[in-house]
Design a protein around this ligand. Structure first.
Ligand code: ATP
Length: 224
């Protein structure tokens, strides 16, 4: 595995990792730490989502999800990870593309910006609100996820993907947006829904969640 070392600098590639995190688990944390090594990220910012009212709502409250993200970061014990809670602070849910438009305005036109997603999210991106437009605003840094194929749903979408693919992670630091990097991160067969199901069935999930998050779930009586 090649690890890219970059020196800290103002215009470093900023990478944000959005998710419902209901709850945050090792399938989020471990691939992202590996991705940071592969790409040379100084910082990965976790961006917990607000869930629009027409979608199934998370079981944990926004505050509980935010707390679990903070506890997972504390358990990692590194300055690599931090949180941006802007989506949870908004009165109305915002689309990812709108959050990234705001981030782009804040950072300026030339600053490299990346959105971290899992392979399943890459495949479903065409169904997201203005999903493909994200590439006009940022790069996509994609973590491998077991059980999800490598090709997009149609030949046109596959061509769209291939036109933007880069194998050279250094490119992500040189241009502000527009590239897709498929990272060979470790495969972890963990999902938040399987954790919730296991908990509903009274089973523990110690090997899937970090210890402080597990304790918090027990204390709060979540996912019973
Ligand atoms: P759920 O099972 O409730 O759908 P989830 O486990 O997929 O949840 P989310 O919070 O919805 O978790 O995911 C946030 C992001 O993390 C998404 O981009 C998703 O693709 C990615 N992700 C989640 N689990 C994994 C995993 N095991 N490996 C790689 N990426 C993952």
């Amino acid at each position: 595995m090649t690890t890219i070392i970059t020196s800290p600098r103002e215009n470093a590639l900023a990478a944000l990792f959005g998710g419902t995190f209901d709850p945050i688990h090792y399938g989020h944390i471990k691939p992202v730490i590996a991705l940071a090594g592969l790409v040379g990220l100084q910082r990965v910012t976790l961006l917990p989502n607000n869930v629009p009212p027409h979608r199934p709502q998370p079981e944990a409250t926004a505050l509980q999800r935010l707390t679990m993200v903070q506890l997972a970061i504390d358990d990692v014990g590194s300055s690599l990870l931090d949180i941006d809670d802007r989506e949870l602070r908004r009165a109305n849910p915002s689309w990812t593309v709108e959050t990234f438009e705001t981030l782009r305005r804040e950072r300026g036109a030339n600053a490299p910006l990346g959105f971290i997603i899992g392979q399943d999210s890459l495949l479903s991106l065409p169904q997201w609100h203005r999903g493909l437009e994200l590439l006009d605003i940022c790069h996509l840094l994609v973590c491998a996820r077991p059980g999800y194929g490598a090709t997009m749903a149609t030949p046109a979408l596959q061509s769209w993907l291939e036109a933007r693919l880069t194998r050279d992670a250094r490119q992500l630091h040189r241009q502000p947006a527009g590239l897709i990097y498929l990272a060979q991160t470790p495969l972890l067969d963990i999902s938040a829904s399987s954790i919730r199901e296991r908990r509903h069935a009274g089973r523990r999930c110690d090997d899937m969640i970090s210890p402080s998050v597990q304790r918090y779930i027990d204390e709060q009586g979540l996912y019973r």
